[in-house]
Structure formats: structure tokens, C-alpha cells
Design a protein around this ligand. Structure first.
Ligand SMILES: [Zn+2]
Length: 185
């Protein structure tokens, strides 16, 4: 991995970031889960790439001792919903208001940032200096939605996920980009 690529992640250079850093950033940015969820999220990250965050979060809530029916009622979720004691213990005050979304949303944010980081690293390792923002997938990413097709200098990205993104998990996709046509002229 290239050294000191100049993109910050949680205040440190991206090339030093690990899965726990992506989980930790999502935990503090969304405030739905407490810090004790970090290792669970790290364990879920690799599976989430394959099955998707919603499915993996659901499987996590299914595992282990389940909370009581009274507690489910206090959370406003159905009696037959899956919710383990462990998952419950990871909810913050805000997470208690969105219990069925808390893990999936936090996992999604961590995964999207991790995938972006990997794209950056892959691009640099293959000699690309620019990325193109994919024009699709982000109609609810308000700030990013006007940036479709924009070319980003990797050295000027500065922060990941983008500081100006207002979505819970930035869904703008980045692709390694190089203007081969201009070079061929
Ligand atoms: Zn965004």
C-alpha cells in the first residue's frame, strides 16, 4: 500500500486505517450504537460485502439469548422480531429509537467507507491519480448528487467519507479514472 497518501480517515492517514477504524468512525458519526459494538461490526464487515449489511445485521440480532417480549414492546418492535441481548446492549439512546435500523445503518456506513478506501488504494497501486464519481446510486446523497461524473484528484480528496456528504452512508461510488483519450491525442 502506498505510504502517506494524504487522505485522512478518523484523523489518521488512510493507509494506516484498519477495519476497526471504519467501524469506529461509523459508530461515532451515526451515534446509534455504543463503542462495545465495534468488534461485532468488524466481524460483520467481511460478510456484509457478500450478503449485504441488512442481512448480516439481521443474522447478528438472531444469534444468542433474545430479549424479553416486554422489552421488545418497549422498543416498539414485533414480538416475533429477532433481537439478542448482545445487540440490545449495543444500542445508544438514539439507537433505542431505531432498533431495527441501528446495526444495519452503522454497518453500511463502515462498509461504504471501507470500499471507498479500497478503491483509492487499488487506484494508486495501479498508477491512477484520479477518480470519477459514478453518476448513479445517490439521489438521496444530497450534496453528492450534484457531483456525478466529477473527476476527483486523489491527492485532494482530503477526507473519507466526504465531509460534505449528508447521507448516513455516502453512497456515491468512485471509480479509478484516467483520461486515456486526451493522452492518445
Ligand atoms: Zn455522499
Amino acid at each position: 500500500m502506498p505510504k502517506e497518501i494524504g487522505i485522512l480517515f478518523n484523523g489518521q492517514d488512510l493507509c494506516h486505517a484498519e477495519d476497526a477504524d471504519f467501524a469506529s468512525e461509523a459508530i461515532s458519526a451515526l451515534g446509534l450504537l455504543n463503542e462495545t459494538s465495534c468488534s461485532s461490526l468488524v466481524a460483520m464487515l467481511s460478510e456484509a460485502r457478500v450478503l449485504g449489511p441488512e442481512q448480516v445485521a439481521l443474522e447478528f440480532r438472531k444469534q444468542g439469548t433474545q430479549i424479553s417480549k416486554e422489552r421488545k414492546k418497549s422498543l416498539g418492535i414485533r414480538r416475533n422480531s429477532n433481537f439478542s441481548e448482545e445487540a440490545y446492549s449495543q444500542l445508544t439512546v438514539n439507537g433505542l429509537k431505531e432498533p431495527l435500523r441501528a446495526h444495519a445503518a452503522t454497518l453500511t456506513r463502515a462498509m461504504f467507507a471501507l470500499l471507498k478506501a479500497e478503491t483509492v488504494q487499488l487506484a494508486l497501486a495501479n498508477g491512477f491519480n484520479e477518480l470519477r464519481i459514478s453518476p448513479s446510486h445517490f439521489s438521496d446523497c444530497r450534496r453528492c448528487s450534484v457531483r456525478g461524473e466529477e473527476i476527483l484528484q486523489i491527492s485532494k480528496i482530503g477526507q473519507l467519507p466526504p465531509l460534505d456528504c449528508t447521507r448516513f452512508a455516502c453512497s456515491a461510488w468512485w471509480q479509478p479514472y484516467r483520461d486515456w483519450l486526451a493522452e492518445a491525442k
